[in-house]
Design a protein around this ligand. Sequence first.
Ligand code: SAH
Length: 463
Amino acid sequence: MISTTHQPATDLGYLLMKNPARCQSFPLAHGQAHVFYPNAKPELCTAALVLDLDPVGLVRGAPGSAGEGGTLRQYVNDRPYVASSFLSVAIAQVYGSALKGDSKSRPELAETAIPLEAALPALPCRGGESFLRRLFAPLGYQIEATQLSLDPQFPEWGPSLYWSVKLTATCRLKDLLAHLYVLLPVLDNDKHYWVGSDEVEKLMAKGLGWLEAHPEREEIVARYLKHQRPLIREALGRLVEEEEPEVEANEQQKAQEEEALERPTSLNEQRLGTVIAILKQAGARRVLDLGCGEGRLLQLLLKDRDFERIVGVDVSHRALEIARERLNLERLPPKQRERIELFQAALTYRDSRLAGHDAACLVEVIEHLELPRLRALEQVVFEAARPATVVVTTPNVEFNVRFPSLPASTFRHRDHRFEWSRAEFAAWSQAVAARNGYQVRFLGIGVEDPELGHATQVGVFTR
Ligand code: SAH
């Protein structure tokens, strides 16, 4: 049910393009959708969208259905009664124009933020109330959620996984519909239909303008795409690019700023030299450069025949393009070309292509991730990929006062989400090592200040 108190509230009928005076029905693939208005007054108007799904129809023709050893569960299930991907499909079909933001008679109202409320009487919340809140709160909704009991007659059976939820916000109707369209199946962690690459297009279209910067972006994408890795990778790559195109375009300039800042110590060259030395000392032949950026380390690795296989990974398509040019990838002789591979991926996502390497480098990368995402990166690198050696470099924030041109308490790079002291980096590294069966030792790069330490700190993890 969607309500508004924007006056005259009955304009909701023009926005949804459904007349408040009538009850209308629409055929769906597996049943019918009905739209009617329990309330249509100038001060408050509510439109209800009710699905009448045919549980037997849902099963017919589905793999494993009766005749193929179907189970009772296929006939007796929650699908007809809860808000799920069936409701998303109905929203797109029945409220299609409103979802696009079209309204024949109230076009300006369709573009106006108005007070709206969506009431969902039975919402499956896989991930519980906290996940529900993490999905909707960042989008500006007030959330009222009451957990439904399994059976009100038998309170001792405890709560169900269904919630009665009210979402209120002042926003455009099309935004509310897009949020519901994407997030209902995400909460349900299921979809009733096969998910292919056109699903990525739908997600990009409906997620435009809000999904790029959503803190739960990765979980939303994973669930929406039914946990299909290649689709998830494609979607995340595209979202990150769309997030802040102007920032992307600025990437080079920002890197130059950081370089200029650190130039007196030519820190970058020393950093790369040290990393190569560590890799050689460890006898690494197959090397991952995670967050390879524009490929400076890759270039050095490629020059050294000790490294047989070199893989550069970055989430930024633009950075990889620059790396490809820098490395002259298209013009390398075949023998050289075979040694190196670049691909786009988010390091917070498990990826089987990362397995089977001797060493991984994370050179000035961790500080670009939000702190809570580090745990995911840890799992991807230390738990899943598990190379024998991992080299992590990150700024030592204590040293920042030694950069004359850096204003007090600013980071060295505008994209840094944090910069750590030596104690902070050591604490994180030791915890990661302990959790994953690695040992860690610490080195410094650049000038050493007797009190502040080195400009760059390095953790070398081995197992
Ligand atoms: N290692 C390079 C680049 C460091 S800048 C060098 O030393 O020059 C940090 C890089 O990490 C950027 O290229 C950024 O796109 C990448 N990055 C940030 N977050 C990432 C993530 N979650 N997954 C993959 N790459 C990421």
